[in-house]
Design a protein around this ligand. Structure first.
Ligand code: CUA
Length: 159
């Protein structure tokens, strides 16, 4: 079958781009351990506020010394709306929703996950530089979706 020269050129160009992107994804996965956040853990969205996994909310230090940040996402806010974490220590974010699908994105970082009602989303990251970060909901969740944000301050411990 005859394929026009330019059409063939475009097809091969597109194929090369796909191969390059897949290759870069594979390299990032293997050499830098970049994986999408994954944690399968269920929770009853109606009893989040009496569930010990989410009371209290905010930063907690577990018995083994690990830092955990618990956040409840709901139309149209995050609880708590201001977070403080120390720099240089791994922090595990645990987030759930009481109503609909939300997002949790720490702008300018790799911290980004969907937040589904009935599930606990989780990822761990370390803030190396002190600073203030914006957290936004990046899943359309209703009329006030654009007002759904929080702030996070990474600072030296004890400040
Ligand atoms: Cu919550 Cu958009």
């Amino acid at each position: 079958m005859h394929v026009n020269y330019y059409e063939r050129l475009w097809m091969w160009g597109a194929a090369v781009i796909i191969v390059v992107f897949l290759g870069l994804t594979a390299i990032a996965t293997v050499s830098q351990g970049r994986l999408p956040p994954s944690n399968v853990e269920t929770i009853d969205p109606q009893t989040v506020f009496s569930d010990p996994r989410f009371t209290p909310q905010g930063l907690v230090e577990n018995a083994n010394g690990d830092l955990e940040v618990r956040v409840v996402a709901m139309m149209f806010t995050f609880l708590p709306r201001e977070l403080r974490v120390p720099v240089g220590r791994p922090v595990t974010f645990r987030i759930t929703s009481t109503d609909v699908m939300h997002g949790f994105q720490i702008v300018g970082t790799n911290g980004n996950t969907m937040v589904a009602p009935g599930y606990v989303s989780q990822f761990t990251m370390t803030f190396e530089e002190p600073g203030e970060y914006l957290i936004v909901c990046n899943e359309y969740c209703g009329l006030s979706h654009h007002n759904m944000f929080a702030t996070l301050v990474a600072g030296e411990e004890g400040q």
